[in-house]
Design a protein around this ligand. Structure first.
Ligand SMILES: Cc1ncc(COP(=O)(O)O)c(C=O)c1O
Length: 486
């Protein structure tokens, strides 16, 4: 290495800063999607394993010319996707700082300040959600891991031997209940935990996609009379497809009545707690035994960072995960083992993800977050009102967070069967995608394909929503013309 370590940082830091600033400056105008196919990109990046190194400037040029333009522009104000936020600049740079000091947050000894900051961030998240001082948690790679950890605690609580002897030997057929709208990580989790995918009951929802309490009760009673062991009920606070929040207080009552573990997947909607105006939607969440909340969704920190919170404190997580390898003996004569986060979850080596959450929370404060979140919900209501004013669009469900679902149903769709109407939604989504002017997703609600918009960029303004409505109308008209020619 010809340059000194610090000089290399300086040179790269300046160059990368320029790239990021130019990227941020161009975001509002650039295409949201790339037109490249997987084959185009394979060709672009097709080269053998480098034998000799090249200069950083050449590598950065490749980033600017080949990688960034073919990325999905998730930070764009016109990206209306899957709970993926525009990252706060302080979070982006916090990540660089975390990489520079490269702490390993598994054991306190290898991350003294980082582990204590992680505990502080978890304290803040617990306070935010309304848990008391006993509560604790762990940061995770995201909501999937956080849900897995919550369900592991539920499983282990079902019988004292289940962790060591396995599920069936110790506890019988454990059953988990969640709404049919639950995230797919629940299905994966029950599989990973040895319960089997069929142990997840996907409970029917009402017309607005909230879990039906009557249907839940019926499922539990059916399982009890069939000799199975109801173990956990999970509520959604911000379901992936619709953004709706289940009736958490009622779920907490059911959990108490049947002695079930109560988990809330608030990966997205947990951020409602920032807003005095909106947080009553989460009523009952503080009664959950465990909660998933993802800073990398509606808290605008860059990937990857989720969290599991547990009401009864770190003991619950340690009962599920603690282990002491020889080289990390507990006998260190202090409270430091309390900060060994490898004892609270599945991960060994753990990145200093708490830094970006800590910095973001300090930078915005509860009030700053409340302002952003309320604005995004207001913009979503604005979008839904605009769509309600258009003949060709039909809204599905209701707006409870910053998600709006709807269907393209022009007069021409009346003559189509349901399969063709579903195809129409996908075709419109694809046209929007190809236009590069915005990105929206589709989902399936009550068996029918719908279009879905989530406003998760703090850069999105009313003019962007007006543009989106205009784009939907324009591409919709072209789509109908194209179909009539076929
Ligand atoms: C409600 C909900 N829970 C959990 C997850 C999983 O989170 P992650 O993708 O961070 O693993 C998602 C992802 O979108 C989600 O929407």
């Amino acid at each position: 290495m010809s340059k000194s370590f610090s000089a290399e940082h300086e040179q790269l830091g300046r160059a990368v800063t320029e790239i990021i600033v130019a990227y941020a400056r161009g975001l509002d105008e650039s295409r949201v999607t790339s037109e490249a196919t997987p084959a185009d990109l394979e060709k672009l990046f097709d080269e053998p394993l480098p034998q000799d190194g090249i200069g950083a400037d050449e590598i950065l040029k490749c980033f600017t010319e080949d990688i960034a333009p073919h990325a999905m522009q998730i930070p764009s104000p016109r990206y209306y996707g899957l709970f993926n936020p525009t990252p706060l600049p302080i979070g982006v740079w916090a990540d660089a700082l975390a990489s520079a000091i490269n702490q390993n947050g598994a054991a306190w000894r290898n991350s003294p300040s980082a582990s204590v900051i992680e505990a502080r961030v978890l304290r803040w998240l617990c306070d935010l959600i309304g848990y008391d001082q006993e509560s604790f948690g762990t940061l995770t790679s995201g909501g999937s891991e956080a849900n897995l950890i919550g369900l592991k605690c539920a499983r282990d609580r079902a019988h004292e031997l289940v962790r060591d002897k396995g599920v069936r030997a110790a506890a019988g057929d454990l059953i988990v209940y969640a709404s049919e709208q639950c995230h797919y990580s629940f299905e994966k989790s029950v599989d990973i935990l040895g319960l089997g995918r069929e142990s997840l009951r996907k409970v029917a929802t009402d017309a607005s996609f909230h879990i039906s309490i009557d249907a839940l009760r019926e499922e539990i009673e059916r399982d009890l009379s069939g000799g199975r062991v109801p173990c956990c009920v999970a509520g959604s606070a911000g379901a992936t497809s619709t953004g709706i929040v289940d009736p958490l207080d009622k779920l907490a009552d059911i959990a108490r009545e049947y002695k079930l573990w109560f988990h809330v997947d608030a990966a997205y909607g947990g951020a409602l707690a920032f807003s005095e105006k909106r947080k009553q939607r989460l009523r009952g969440i503080e009664r959950a035994d465990s909660i998933t909340i993802d800073p990398h969704k509606w808290m605008f920190v860059p990937f990857a960072c989720g969290a599991t919170l547990v009401r009864e404190g770190g003991r619950v997580l340690r009962d599920a995960f603690d282990i002491t390898p020889e080289y990390l003996s507990e006998d260190r004569g202090g409270a430091d083992v309390e900060y060994d986060f490898f004892r609270y979850g599945q991960l060994g080596t753990r990145r200093f993800n708490a830094l970006k959450v800590w910095m973001a929370l300090k930078f915005l404060g509860v009030r700053g977050y409340a302002e952003l979140i309320e604005r995004q919900i207001d913009l979503t209501h604005y979008l839904s009102a605009r769509l309600d004013g258009l003949r060709d669009f039909e809204r599905v469900g209701q707006v409870e967070t910053a998600v709006c679902c709807f269907r393209f149903m022009p007069d021409e769709a009346q003559a189509l069967d349901e399969t063709e109407r579903d195809r129409l939604q996908r075709q419109l989504q694809q046209r929007i995608e190809r236009s590069g002017e915005a990105w929206i997703s589709t989902t399936v609600l009550k068996g029918r394909r719908a279009l879905r918009v989530n406003i998760n960029s703090f850069l999105t303004e009313q003019r962007h929503i007006d543009n989106l409505v205009e784009l939907l109308g324009r591409e919709g008209t072209k789509l109908i013309q194209e179909r009539s020619r076929q």
